[in-house]
Design a protein around this ligand. Sequence first.
Ligand SMILES: [Zn+2]
Ligand SMILES: [Zn+2]
Ligand SMILES: [Zn+2]
Length: 270
Amino acid sequence: LRINTFLQSWNAYRNNKQIPELKELLDTAQKYNLRIEGIAFSREIVRKMPIWYHAEADQRIRTMNHTLASKCLKTKHIVRTVGNAEVIAKALLEEEHEAQNNCGCQKCTHLRQSVQCVHPHGCMTQAMKLLDTLPPKWDPRSEFPEDYQKKPLNDGEDWKAFDGRVTTGGELADIFRIFADKNITPTNELPKLKPDTNVNGRHLVINEIVVATDGSCKNDGNDNTRAGAGIYVEKEHPLNRSVKLPLYLGQSKQIGELTAVKVAAELADQ
Ligand SMILES: [Zn+2]
Ligand SMILES: [Zn+2]
Ligand SMILES: [Zn+2]
């Protein structure tokens, strides 16, 4: 069940036996470091990933291809994706399900009749074992940032709401980045962005503040261009800042604007 070499952990031929157009495609992808990258992905995307040879799964998934249950999952249950496996594994959580292949629960009966599976419990268990090889970022059973990150407020008349959501949505094609940095290995941990509102059993109120930010640039285009960033809350407020941009950041109004937003977000978080 090799569907896509970029989504799975098998390698396509790279030698001259490969179809020239495909070889060129694979070589280009490697040369410019095409890879899956994103802070978090939507559950919809995570579910669309092929489960067999899943590229981000623990290596042990590669040894789980040829068991009796895996063969049944492939040929009878037609399991292809993470989402397919999730649906089958879910039946294990049903209250009326019993942990044996002659279980007479609704789901097991259905599997026996609809796909002629003779060991539904074994297949459900195997589907769960497959899911258990997925790191949190790729496991649809995890709590994802999309579960708790809210859509930002609507823009005001003279201000724009910052959208802090980190989830990549859309199609599987949208999870790829090209010209990725070879020196950085993407992490498969989920970012912990959930605000901690429950400290020692007490409910914390999250305070909101309104901050004005701006970037500035003097002598734009000259050798002695100097850029800065400003943050203003209200008169004499301790978070007010004026920032001189360090030279290594580059000197432009745009970099000043971005720096102001970054510093304001960091200060407001403390
Ligand atoms: Zn079977
Ligand atoms: Zn059952
Ligand atoms: Zn089965």
